[in-house]
Design a protein around this ligand. Sequence first.
Ligand code: URA
Length: 258
Amino acid sequence: MESALDPHAALALLEWQVELGVTEAIGDAPVDRYALADTAPRPDRTAAATSAAPAAPQVVPKTDPVQEARKAAASATALPSLRQALAEFDHCELKKGARNLVFADGMPGSRVMIIGEAPGRDEDREGRPFVGRAGQLLDRMLAAIGLDRQKNVYITNVLPWRPPQNRDPLPVEIGMMKPFLERHVALAQPQVLVLMGNISCDAVLGKRGITRLRGQWTQAMNLPVMPMFHPAYLLRQPQMKRQAWADLLELKAKLKEQ
Ligand code: URA
């Protein structure tokens, strides 16, 4: 489509946006331009067009993305094939705006599996979860109770692709990716799940309210589950680290008794 702006005005506009701090040319919500092209009215090019018989309506088979996700996830028999199934899954719009698939980090087979929300900018760049500031805090928190992602922790996120501008994942995105998360847990075979923040609680427990949920053992996916404050929240609210420390001690005690 041709822009109505002349090139000089367009350049000035772009420079102004960069000055304001814009770093990425994407909107809040993904737009499927292919679908838009299909719905846009098309000009008739010939006189014959007016008399031609209307084209038969195209029957586009409807796919249910959640159903597709269930099928794809169920077909994975091990973590590498689950990663592959995710890489080939094209029903989530977030994939189009992400640089990398962020699948997991740490030691598969660890007793502790941590579930975060979604990749941020650093994770999207590196293709690994929790590598930015929140991830560094997470590593320090784990180290305080003798856990280390190089040795005895496995880490993933509810969503494997970065949402634009780090916006909160939408319920439809969480629902679509949940079959993969469930399969991920089944294949990684942890003994304990740790949920970081509200989005992970929503995906795994079906509820939010981390201030109420944190620090209380619950059960989901046939495992004991500990919800905790997200490290990114602790960076913003350092006074809450006291509670996080208490939750870490709960986790340590659970690992001892198991
Ligand atoms: N926050 C998350 O929840 N996950 C990441 O991987 C990074 C930040």
